[in-house]
Each structure stands twice: as structure tokens, then as C-alpha cells.
Design a protein around this ligand. Structure first.
Ligand code: BG6
Length: 490
């Protein structure tokens, strides 16, 4: 029997997470191409209530305008927080906090600007050489996402995105190139960030413009199938380069609970949760789960597959399961009949009356994280990695010139406590990289003012500011958490 453990394992990977498209910048003066995330604008005149909606739909008109060099709109993800020029300073700050790991992504468009070139950009490869060398100088383990909402825009506009099987080859060429170059320095890889997000925002996940697809569910699941095959081929390439390397899947895990004990609510919750778990089921086990046939038939989806697809998926499942966890959500089978319930505009579910919400309406549920860790471990019996978790909040500089972000410390503390509980439950968790260890552009709202960092960056929603970095109160708190290996959370 496994012994009960009350502490974090001694080599636990504490750290922080970012994504290239939200942090780097370094666009105009480099060979980098436009990615799907680079077409989202931030407009100060957009009514506040629409800010979080920007991620969901993308039209041909918006894409065309974004490609026009004389567009006067502001595209925040082309600028990030200028990590491209600050990486040494930023990594030194991560090291000062005691990071054991740093989760980051490699921008596909920095290596292959359009995605279909035959040869990579040496300048782009050199940049990540520098970043990895800098991390390793401090003993920080890089954990690399190979695709984090940043496929080349050209593959979306010219090839139709992941619905087109050819994109598998372009992705594999990109992966093979970076794995050949970095396999001696990178041990942990994730093939696709939040792969289940294809369901909610197919443009950033798949490069699919919904206007082109009257049967959008068909496009989403066909694109997902191609990503499953691509993920297995990437795992093969990584293992061939370094058999010791570890590859993970990554899903967005929004924990769902029935709004009531009405059996219809319970069944609706099981089905809705499966919409996410479907993706980790395939990647962790290496085959489509038994419920797939009915699920796809009810959506009138028919997958086109090549004969070798199922074998490659079976041969190369992932080694570990990782996920982002920010919130939970309640599910009702009959929301129209509920008089007192409040709709959760962010998730499309129902607000849980027992939970508080962030300023962006994300419902805060630390105990849900313990449930999620137990569910995933019971289901897969594979090591787990908490790839993202954190609180997006507006930070104000106090009169003493400092940022007292106690609300962020509270959020993180309560979640870390629940990871510890899950470890005591017997769950194998080997790392925690909180989201947005340094302030950067929000993925969904494109704001800078939705901040997650331990490190403040002097920059506003329109990119104005000195870009000066400043330590928040949470910086010192997290430093203590890491130095005590999670024993001192106060
Ligand atoms: C996850 C993404 O969905 O949530 C990140 O993987 C993102 O890219 C994070 O930044 C937080 O979301 P947001 O919209 O608040 O930036």
C-alpha cells in the first residue's frame, strides 16, 4: 500500500507559467510571422462587458484588417510585455523567487513564420537557445508547450487550419526542428495547450473561421482528431530524441457540479464534464473512449481517419496529464425553470451560490481543485501537473509605492492547500506552475489590466508605460512557499 504523505515531494516543480503570444513581443524587428492570436485587438472604447468575449468569434473581415500593414488598431499580443527584450531580467526575478520550473511556449511563428516553410528561422531558434541557457544557468527546468493558441495565421487563412490534414505535417516539422535543437535542455513537453478549447474557441485553437463551416461541430472534432494524431507524432519525435523526456497533454479543467441533486442535473453534469475529459481520455489512454460513438453521432459528426491513425495514437499516449484550473461551475438540465439562479455569463453555466467570483466573474473554488486532482488520478493513474492556476485582478500601486496583492495570495494559498490535501489522498502531483507569474496580456480579454503576476509590469491596456518590472507582495510570499516546499503558506 502506498504510504500516506502529508508534504509536497522533495523535488516538486514549483514555478510559474506564461505563453509566448502573451508575453514576448519582439515582432516588428524580427522574422516572426503573425499568429492567430496576433489578430485580436484591444479597443479602449469597447464597452467593459464585452471585453471577455473577444476571444470567441473571429471573422474574415477582422482577419483581413489585421493583415493590413496600415491598420491603425492596437494588437496587444504582438507586443506582449516585451519579454523578448527583458528575458534576462525576468528570469533573474523567477530565480530570485526560487522557481524550480518555468512553463513557457515556443512561438511556432518565430521558428516557421508562415508555418509551411521548409527551413526554420535561425534567428528564432537562437532566441530560445538564449532563454533555455538563461533558465538552466539558475537550475530552472523549462516545461515547454509546443502550441499555445499561436499557430501561424497563414495556416489558418491559406490551409483552413487544423481541419486540413496537411497541418499535421507542418506541426511535426516544427516539433522535430525544436526537439532536435533543444532535447538536451528540455525534458518536459506539452503538445497542445488546453486542447479541449477547440470546443469553445476554434479560431485560436484550430485556426478555424466559423463562417467557413456551416457544420461547425464537424470542423471542431475533425480538427481535434488531427491534433490527436499530431500529438502522438510529436510524442514519438520527443521520445526518439530523448527517451527520458516526459510528454504531457494539457486540458482546461473547469470543474462542474450539479446545480441540484435532480437526477437530470447530475446526468447533464456528467455529460458536460465529458466534453472536456474526452480530450485527456484520448491522449492519456491512446484511444477513443467507449462513449465517443454515441457522442459524435448525436452531433452528426463523422471523423475522417487514415488507417494508421489509431495505431500511432495507441503507440504514443502521453506520460503525464496536466491541466489549467481557475474555477468551477454549476450545471442545470433545465436552466429556464430556475427562478433564483444567476447565469454565469463567462462559462454559459449557472453561478454556484456558495462561491465568490473574481472581478471577471470566474467562480473561485479551491476545494474543486482537490476533486479534480482526485478525479484525474483515479481515471488515468498517471502523474499530474497543475500547469495553470491563478487570479486575474486589477492591481493598484499603494501610497507607499508597493502593491499589496493579498487577494492574490489568498487565492493561491487556498488552492495550494488543496493540492496538499490531494497529495495526502494519494494523488501523484509533481508540479505547480501558477499562471502569469509576471503580468502579461490576457488571453481572453486582451487586457493588460487583468493581472496575474508576482511581478508587476508598468504597462497599460494600450501598451503605454515604461515596462519597468516591480515585485508585488505575492512575490515574497511565493518565495517563502517555495523555500519551505509548501510547508509555510501564511
Ligand atoms: C488559460 C490559457 O485559458 O487561461 C492562458 O491557457 C490564459 O493562455 C489563462 O491567459 C488565463 O486566462 P485570461 O483570459 O484571464 O488571460
Amino acid at each position: 500500500m502506498k504510504k500516506r504523505n502529508h508534504s509536497f515531494p522533495k523535488d516538486f516543480l514549483w514555478g510559474g507559467a506564461t505563453a509566448a503570444n502573451q508575453i514576448e513581443g519582439g515582432f516588428e524587428e524580427t522574422e516572426k510571422g503573425l499568429s492567430v492570436s496576433d489578430v485580436y485587438i484591444f479597443d479602449e472604447n469597447t464597452p467593459k462587458e464585452n471585453w471577455t468575449d473577444q476571444w470567441h468569434l473571429m471573422t474574415h473581415k477582422q482577419v483581413e484588417e489585421a493583415q493590413n500593414p496600415s491598420s491603425t488598431k492596437y494588437y496587444p499580443k504582438r507586443h506582449g510585455n516585451d519579454f523578448y527584450h527583458h528575458y534576462k531580467e525576468d528570469i533573474a526575478l523567477f530565480a530570485e523567487m526560487g522557481f524550480k520550473a518555468y512553463r513557457m511556449s515556443i512561438a511556432w511563428t518565430r521558428i516557421f513564420p508562415n508555418g509551411d516553410e521548409l527551413a526554420p528561422s535561425e534567428e528564432g531558434l537562437q532566441f530560445y537557445d538564449n532563454v533555455f541557457d538563461e533558465l538552466l544557468k539558475y537550475g530552472i527546468e523549462p516545461v515547454v508547450s509546443l502550441s499555445h493558441y499561436e499557430m501561424p495565421l497563414y495556416l489558418a487563412t491559406e490551409y483552413g487550419g487544423w481541419v486540413n490534414r496537411k497541418v499535421i505535417d507542418f506541426y511535426v516539422r516544427f516539433v522535430t526542428t525544436v526537439v532536435d535543437r533543444y532535447h538536451d535542455r528540455v525534458k518536459y513537453w506539452m503538445t497542445f495547450n488546453e486542447i479541449n478549447a477547440v470546443k469553445h474557441h476554434p479560431f485560436v485553437s484550430l485556426g478555424v473561421i466559423e463562417e467557413n463551416h456551416p457544420h461547425i461541430e464537424q470542423a471542431k472534432y475533425q480538427g481535434a482528431h488531427h491534433q490527436f494524431v499530431a500529438s502522438a507524432l510529436a510524442t514519438k519525435a520527443i521520445k526518439e530524441a530523448n527517451p527520458e523526456a516526459k510528454v504531457g497533454c494539457m486540458i482546461s479543467y473547469q470543474f462542474l457540479v450539479p446545480y441540484s441533486c435532480d437526477p437530470d442535473d447530475v446526468q447533464a453534469t456528467t455529460e458536460k464534464q465529458r466534453v472536456s475529459l474526452f480530450f485527456s481520455d484520448v491522449q492519456a489512454r491512446g484511444y477513443y473512449p467507449a462513449y465517443t460513438a454515441r457522442m459524435l453521432a448525436e452531433k452528426n459528426v463523422t471523423l475522417e481517419m487514415e488507417p494508421e491513425d489509431e495505431q500511432i495514437m495507441k503507440d504514443y499516449p502521453v506520460d503525464f496529464v496536466s491541466f489549467s484550473y481557475y474555477m468551477s461551475n454549476a450545471v442545470s438540465a433545465h436552466p429556464e425553470k430556475l427562478e433564483d439562479a444567476v447565469g454565469n455569463l463567462v462559462t454559459g453555466g449557472i453561478q454556484n451560490p456558495y462561491l465568490p467570483s473574481s472581478d471577471w466573474g470566474w467562480q473561485i473554488d479551491p476545494k474543486g481543485l482537490r476533486s479534480v486532482l482526485n478525479q484525474l488520478y483515479d481515471r488515468y493513474q498517471k502523474p499530474l501537473f497543475v500547469a495553470e492556476n491563478g487570479l486575474g485582478a486589477v492591481d493598484e500601486i499603494g501610497q507607499d509605492g508597493k502593491i499589496h496583492d493579498d487577494y492574490r495570495i489568498d487565492y493561491l494559498r487556498e488552492h495550494i492547500k488543496q493540492i496538499k490535501e490531494a497529495i495526502a489522498d494519494g494523488v501523484d502531483v509533481f508540479g505547480y506552475t501558477s499562471w502569469g507569474c509576471i503580468d502579461m496580456i490576457s488571453a481572453s480579454s486582451n487586457q493588460m489590466s487583468k493581472r496575474y503576476g508576482y511581478i508587476y509590469v508598468d504597462q497599460d491596456d494600450m501598451g503605454r508605460g515604461t515596462k519597468k518590472r516591480m515585485k508585488k507582495k505575492s512575490f515574497y510570499w511565493y518565495q517563502k512557499v517555495i523555500s519551505t516546499n509548501g510547508e509555510d503558506l501564511e
